[in-house]
Design a protein around this ligand. Structure first.
Ligand code: GRF
Length: 223
């Protein structure tokens, strides 16, 4: 059994982004509203024009663009650069928030059980990309989102928290994505807070949370 987290000191986050950064924004808002005992030490992007970087700057958070040119076949070396930046800012917990690169063991081993990801499906269903479209095509009646620890696989790491949303008959990829995204913005900060409070344990690949209420009568049927 591995106990994680720090027991209510502020966790220093390093957030990795590639795009619009709405999850980053939700994390920043949770911190500013006092719901999350963390601070964002640095936001790192592989894309110079990621809107997430603007969001970070607007809150006076340091930003770093790590250019990808020349690293196409050198993913480990790229990740070594990420590790260098993350260590420079003394990051404890790495949060992938729409970071569109597959990370390697170079990053994973530098932050063992200290990398989180958010994924817009109920894992292990629909890993990878374009997952809302895949859920619709499959005819799933529920979808949702998952925050998990990152391991060497694609969206395979130990699951911390999930939120479920119904799939409506008239959904499009956009409407389903929007419904899921709203829940992403709630559960990412919540997962980080559970880490900050030292409430997470991993046993084999099962994450348990101490001191949180769970309701075995909580169920959903659709339609
Ligand atoms: C989210 O749907 C997240 O689950 C996925 O990428 C998207 C990022 O959105 N990993 P944003 O950049 O946080 O707005």
């Amino acid at each position: 059994m591995i106990s994680l987290g720090v027991g209510m000191k502020k966790v220093k986050l390093g957030i990795l982004v590639s795009g619009r950064g709405s999850n980053l924004q939700a994390i920043i808002d949770s911190i500013e509203e006092g719901r999350l005992s963390a601070n964002v030490a640095v936001v790192i992007s592989d894309q110079a024009d990621a809107y997430a970087l603007e969001r970070a700057r607007a809150h006076h958070i340091p930003t770093v663009h790590v250019i990808t040119t020349g690293y196409k076949k050198l993913r480990n070396e790229y990740d070594a650069r990420l590790v260098h930046e993350l260590k420079k800012y003394d990051v404890e917990l790495v949060c992938l928030a729409g970071f569109m690169r597959i990370i390697t063991t170079t990053l994973i081993n530098a932050f063992p059980n200290r990398i989180l990801n958010i994924h817009p499906s109920l894992l292990p269903a629909f890993p990878g990309l374009h997952v809302q479209k895949a859920a619709l095509k499959h005819g799933a009646k529920f979808s949702g989102c998952t925050v998990h620890f990152v391991d060497a696989g694609m969206d395979t790491g130990p699951i911390i928290i999930q939120a479920v949303v119904p799939v409506m008959d008239n959904d499009t990829e956009d409407t389903l994505s929007a419904r899921i995204l709203k829940q992403e913005h709630k559960i990412y900060a919540r997962a980080i807070q559970l880490y900050a409070e030292g409430k997470l344990r991993i046993e084999s690949r099962r994450v348990t949370v101490t001191g949180e209420h769970q309701d075995e009568q909580q169920f959903l049927i659709n339609p």
